[in-house]
Ligand binder design. Structure first.
Ligand SMILES: Nc1ncnc2c1ncn2[C@@H]1O[C@H](COP(=O)(O)OP(=O)(O)OP(=O)(O)O)[C@@H](O)[C@H]1O
Ligand SMILES: [Mg+2]
Length: 252
């Protein structure tokens, strides 16, 4: 068993609405090893984005801890790279200016980041696009630019909230192949939210199912298949059926 880089320990979270308490997450326990690819799936509203907000320190949990490399980081920011559910490229900034935004906000070394960004542009399929504006890029390119910006923050862990959700099927399939190659090259640990069971099985070492109100982890499924994965492989199809059955079973 590989040692955990990240430990999510017994997280609970409630939204406070005037005199009402809305329980959103409960008993969330999850470990991620260095280089592991973890997909989180679950119905809309089960608390996936909320969990990411807690993970990156934007929200404080009512209970539990986030531990990174043995150190508690609960409710503190700047440890985990975050790509939010909505792609946030600023239309008035060029791609390069967008890429450097995170480093700018963190008051990092802009010159070094620019050199690194230029070096990584080809790997992200954005060579020659540094001076263009977001509207001049395709949907897939915009998502790759947002991902490159996330990578430039140099964190070991990337939290990606439905990064391919808005893409057409073909582009999405290309992006899945591409992100696996990126992960192999950069050796990042990836937490990836998706609504798509097939996408989760194509990508993940481990699929985490969250559902219920409050959201809890109802299943942790290791995907024991070599990459690249073949959707027609009977084992692939069996994982798909099993995860779908688990998801439906909890939907009432
Ligand atoms: N600011 C807020 N105030 C009160 N309740 C909220 C707030 N943000 C989210 N919620 C509630 O918390 C629950 C979880 O929301 P969250 O955005 O984490 O779900 P999700 O699993 O990411 O959904 P989706 O798949 O649609 O993105 C929902 O029931 C939602 O209504
Ligand atoms: Mg969400």
């Amino acid at each position: 068993m590989k040692e955990s880089l990240l430990e999510i320990k017994n997280i609970a979270y409630n939204y406070q609405e005037e005199d009402q308490v809305l329980p959103v997450l409960k008993n969330i326990n999850l470990n991620a090893a260095q280089g592991e690819f973890i997909c989180l799936i679950g119905p809309s509203g089960c608390g996936k984005t909320t969990l990411f907000n807690i993970l990156v320190g934007l929200e404080q949990p009512d209970q539990g801890q986030i531990i990174l490399s043995g150190q508690e980081i609960t409710a503190t920011r700047g440890h985990i790279a975050y790509m939010p559910q909505k792609d946030l490229l600023f239309p008035w900034r060029t791609i390069m200016e967008n890429l450097l935004l995170g480093v700018e906000i963190n008051k990092g070394d802009l010159k070094a980041a620019r050199i690194e960004a230029e070096h990584l542009l080809p790997l992200f399929g954005l060579e020659g696009f540094a001076k263009k504006y977001p509207e001049q890029l395709s949907g897939g390119m915009k998502q790759r630019a947002a991902l490159l910006r996330t990578v430039l923050t140099h964190h070991k862990i990337l939290a990606l909230d439905e990064p391919f959700g808005a893409l057409d099927a073909l582009t999405r399939s290309k992006m899945q192949k591409w992100i696996l190659s990126i992960q192999a090259k950069l050796n990042k640990t990836i937490l990836f939210i998706t609504h798509d069971i097939e996408e989760a099985i194509i990508l993940a070492d481990k699929v985490i199912l969250i559902d219920g109100r409050p959201g809890t982890i109802s299943k942790k499924q290791k995907i024991d298949l070599p990459y690249p994965r073949d959707k027609t492989d009977p084992k692939f199809v069996a994982y798909q059926k099993e995860l779908l059955a688990s998801l439906s079973a909890n939907q009432g």
